[in-house]
Design a protein around this ligand. Structure first.
Ligand code: FE2
Length: 131
């Protein structure tokens, strides 16, 4: 699977964009079984990385007093629930096709989330930074 990252996804907040790119990169690896080692490790790594990214983004929202913080956080929480559900499916069944489903979940969700919610926050955030 070719990377779905493209310039249209940039929020122009460097810290956020770097994390997004890395998440897409990991999803690409996940989608190609010849590229990843143990699936359990890969899922754990990706899960932790996504949580770290959400926390950073939420921290920026809190410190910049973003009025839609609560709402934005709900999307993150909902995503993590789906992610966990898939993780559970894998540990219950050992079904490796979960890797592809997971890659699709991550890229599809993230793409939509970035285009609407992250971009909205990013433009607010940039407006609060005085240079
Ligand atoms: Fe977000």
């Amino acid at each position: 699977m070719a990377s779905v990252w493209n310039a249209a996804l940039e929020t122009n907040v460097e810290k956020i964009d770097k994390r997004h790119q890395e998440i897409f990169r990991q999803a690409d690896v996940l989608a190609d079984p010849s590229k990843h080692g143990k699936l359990t490790d890969m899922l754990k790594f990706l899960g932790e990385y996504v949580i770290l990214h959400f926390q950073e983004e939420e921290d920026l929202q809190i410190t910049s007093k973003y009025s839609e913080f609560e709402n934005h956080k709900k999307f993150h929480t909902a995503f993590l629930a789906s992610f966990q559900e898939m993780n559970q499916r894998y540990s219950n069944t050992g079904d490796k096709t979960v890797a592809l489903d997971m890659a699709k979940l991550v890229t599809d969700w993230l793409k939509d989330h970035i285009m609407v919610h992250d971009k909205k926050f990013a433009s607010y955030y940039r407006s609060t930074i005085k240079e």
